[in-house]
Design a protein. Structure first.
Length: 750
């Protein structure tokens, strides 16, 4: 007897082909892409209602037979092999409007997957996606190193809101996002414009994500930030872009205002009274929150008692209360070019917890007995009350140290001498000595940049730094050693820093060799020593900036963790953050944990602190990105008046689409795009940090001195476009005198 024909086999499409056959053929041609039922109706061009209904049966039959797979979201994909592709999960790096890379999870950078923009399936920069990898790419500017693929599933969206400038028409609007890696506009229906006007910066929530056949997501305006280009608008826009708050909820402000400034006698009796000990603060000239102070006392045995006193935020902010929840959410203060966005309301950060002079203040202290060799002979940790009698700016303290005149000259001189000895000992034990040049802006009343000046770190800065490092280190060691020999350690919030990436170190060593410098990598225990040796060798030489910059790029990022791992950069076996609870939530946690253990408490819950450390690390990264964006914005704003002017620059980076050049005079960085270099076709040699002319073989390498003209600036994208100056012969002007790349000899000085 003949087998009965199923419903799905009977249902034919208009072309006479069975729906089942058409569906399976479609999935075979689509590799492992997942599709929803509604998408399949469009893809299969089904018009009749009976075909649409029959498709559900076809799909379920194919799933039961193992031909298709159906995920939790109801998406269908080919369960079998189709051409040898493999599925890889990774994060999108949307390089430009033409293509992106997906960086596989746990994979090396050389295994990045090149994705054409028409195969992004609606994915945006930073999204976690699954990719069908199906062939090696001959394009993508990374040559054969990159496989090519197609995004088949979006696992996790990086963000659901964006900031940009709105353009309003009669029936709808579009928002042009600020982010340089957001290459599509956001469609805004008329009913969701929220009163915004053309040219204003707005915050947009996405209501519908793009599909394979659509490029633009759909959104609604949730907040109007102000007119684009205005300083207040742009700073708020930067904070909103990274999901960082710029104002406190009313209930948080009220909770702070409700805290009494009075300190009871009962509270004072619980603390070590340090009000009679010489105490002072050293902070930036414009600082408003003074969260650390130093006390100094001569001891009868010839040694000194040095106290590091930190604002006792944990006295005022209790676990789980309104202030604590907000502080946890923020996790850190954010420092933009023109402002600090504090972790705590001003009532706490600038008043109750600020160690202002001539006021009694509650503190958490680390007190050390130190001898003339800067050795710690004894230590004490606990809650105190202090009374600072002098507030120094860094400049004032530096003047006292240099002139040997002024308030507390003996104390500052002794502290400076001890700090230098502690610093020398750190470097001897393997601390990294690289320091980058930072800049600050001089702004007018409206926030417009008038000048860019380098930040100078002198002895007064380093004095405070060393004693803060000492307190952070000894607190971490104290907690770690409490259960020494018992096979476990108490839960603590540590600041950890892994050793440099071996592959990046190898690249640094290869590149340094071109300048005549040898970086030994055979002995893992001597890496820091050899990096410091390189730093000493290049000091004052033309290659100093480029090699120090590359060395810093080899370093891992420091994070918060409950694991008592070492801090490579500081060469400390154990290190915590204890000294800035006004602006860092991990310091608040460290205070609470330390007091808990001083009171004899058992090891705290690990799970909570694991999550809190991960959250704090993530928020710290966002804050750093926002700070860099604000600096970049001011750099672009500052260079707007220099369009058409010529400057000397240093090649500071090379990418697939151009090279970054730092202007020597202003320290502002712009890009020379390869597309604008019309004297030859230039290709990127990423292994050797250079671009090479295809015909003339001219090379422009990281660290080269070049003459550039400011071509254009874009405040919204925070970019500066530069153009290389041409010589009379039409060639690009590159000063190679400073950098001789032969291995036979070292480069001569300029």
């Amino acid at each position: 007897m003949r087998k009965k024909t199923t419903t799905t086999e009977q249902s034919d499409t208009k072309g006479g082909e069975s729906l089942r056959s058409k569906t399976t053929k479609f999935f075979n041609n689509s590799r492992k892409n997942p599709f929803s039922y509604k998408e399949l109706i469009k893809k299969l061009h089904l018009v009749r209602d009976k075909d649409k209904k029959a498709l559900k049966d076809v799909l379920e039959d194919l799933v039961r037979e193992g031909i298709l797979a159906k995920d939790k979201s109801g998406l269908y994909s080919n369960a079998g092999s189709s051409g040898g592709e493999s599925l890889v999960t990774g994060r999108v790096d949307f390089v430009n409007a033409r293509f992106a890379y997906v960086i596989p999870e746990g994979e090396k950078a050389d295994n990045d997957i090149w994705i054409s923009s028409n195969k992004m399936s609606g994915a945006l920069d930073g999204d976690i996606v699954r990719v069908a990898v199906y062939k090696k790419s001959g394009g993508g500017n990374k040559g054969t190193k990159s496989a090519e693929g197609e995004i088949v599933e979006i696992v996790e969206r990086k963000r659901t809101s964006f900031v940009g400038r709105i353009e309003v028409s009669a029936r709808h609007a579009f928002v042009v996002p600020d982010g340089r890696k957001m290459h599509v506009d956001i469609f805004i229906p008329k009913e969701h414009i929220n009163g915004a006007k053309t040219g204003e910066k707005v915050l947009v929530d996405i209501t519908a994500w793009p599909t394979r056949d659509e490029k633009s997501p759909t959104g609604k305006v949730t907040e109007v930030l102000g007119m684009a280009g205005e300083n207040e608008t742009e700073m708020h826009a930067i904070l909103a872009e990274f999901g960082l708050p710029y104002e406190f909820p009313n209930q948080v402000i009220k909770a702070a205002q409700d805290i009494t400034a009075e300190t009871s006698e009962a509270e004072i009796k619980k603390r070590r009274d340090m009000r009679g000990t010489t105490t002072f603060t050293i902070d930036p000239e414009d600082a408003k929150d003074f969260d650390d102070a130093i006390s100094f006392k001569y001891l009868d045995n010839g040694n000194w008692e040095i106290g590091v006193h930190i604002a006792d935020v944990s006295h005022y902010v209790q676990p789980g209360d309104t202030l604590d929840k907000e502080a946890y959410r923020r996790a850190t203060s954010v420092y933009l070019v023109d402002r600090c966005v504090p972790m705590l309301p001003e009532r706490l950060s600038n008043e109750l917890c600020s160690l202002r002079p001539n006021e009694d203040k509650l503190t958490f202290s680390a007190i050390f007995e130190i001898d003339a060799d800067a050795k710690v002979l004894d230590e004490w940790f606990g809650r105190t009350i202090i009374h600072s009698t002098r507030r120094f700016s860094y400049e004032q303290a530096q003047e006292v140290i240099e002139t040997q005149q002024g308030d507390l000259v003996k104390e500052l001189t002794i502290l400076n001498t001890l700090a230098k000895k502690m610093r020398a000992q750190r470097f001897k034990e393997g601390a990294i000595s690289f320091e980058t040049v930072e800049v600050k802006f001089q702004l007018d009343a409206k926030g417009k940049p008038l000048a860019v000046v380098p930040k100078v770190r002198k002895d007064a800065h380093k004095l405070i730094e060393e004693f803060m490092l000492l307190a952070n280190k000894r607190v971490a060691e104290f907690v770690f050693n409490l259960r020494k020999g018992k096979g476990t350690s108490n839960t603590m919030v540590y600041r950890t820093h892994d050793a440099p990436n071996p592959e990046k170190l190898a690249s640094l060593a290869t590149f340094a060799k071109r300048f005549g410098h040898k970086v030994e990598l055979d002995d893992e225990n001597a890496i820091a020593k050899n990096l410091n040796k390189l730093s000493d060798e290049v000091e004052g030489k033309p290659e100093q900036n480029v090699l120090q910059s590359l060395a810093i790029r080899t370093m891992s990022k420091a994070i918060y963790s409950i694991e008592p791992d070492m801090h490579f950069g500081l060469a400390f076996k154990h290190y915590s953050h204890f000294t800035s609870p006004i602006r860092r939530y991990p310091d608040v946690m460290a205070h609470r944990l330390l007091q808990h253990y001083l009171d004899g408490g058992k090891s705290a819950d690990k799970e909570y602190y694991i999550e809190a450390c991960e959250h704090s690390s993530a928020q710290e990264k966002l804050a750093a990105e926002a700070e860099r964006s604000s600096i970049k914005f001011k750099q672009v704003e500052f260079m707007q008046s220099s369009i058409g002017k010529e400057f000397e620059g240093i090649v500071s980076g090379v990418t697939e689409f151009g090279m970054f050049v730092e202007i020597v005079e202003t320290k502002c960085e712009g890009m020379v795009r390869l597309a604008d270099m019309d004297d030859d076709f230039y290709e990127v040699d990423t292994d050797n940090y250079r671009i090479v002319g295809k015909r003339n073989k001219r090379m422009i390498t990281l660290g080269d001195s070049v003459q550039v003209i400011v071509k254009s600036t874009n405040l919204e994208r925070r970019t500066i476009d530069l153009e290389l100056v041409k010589n009379s012969d039409g060639n690009r002007d590159v000063n190679r005198d400073a950098l001789d790349f032969s291995d036979a000899r070292k480069p001569s000085k300029r």
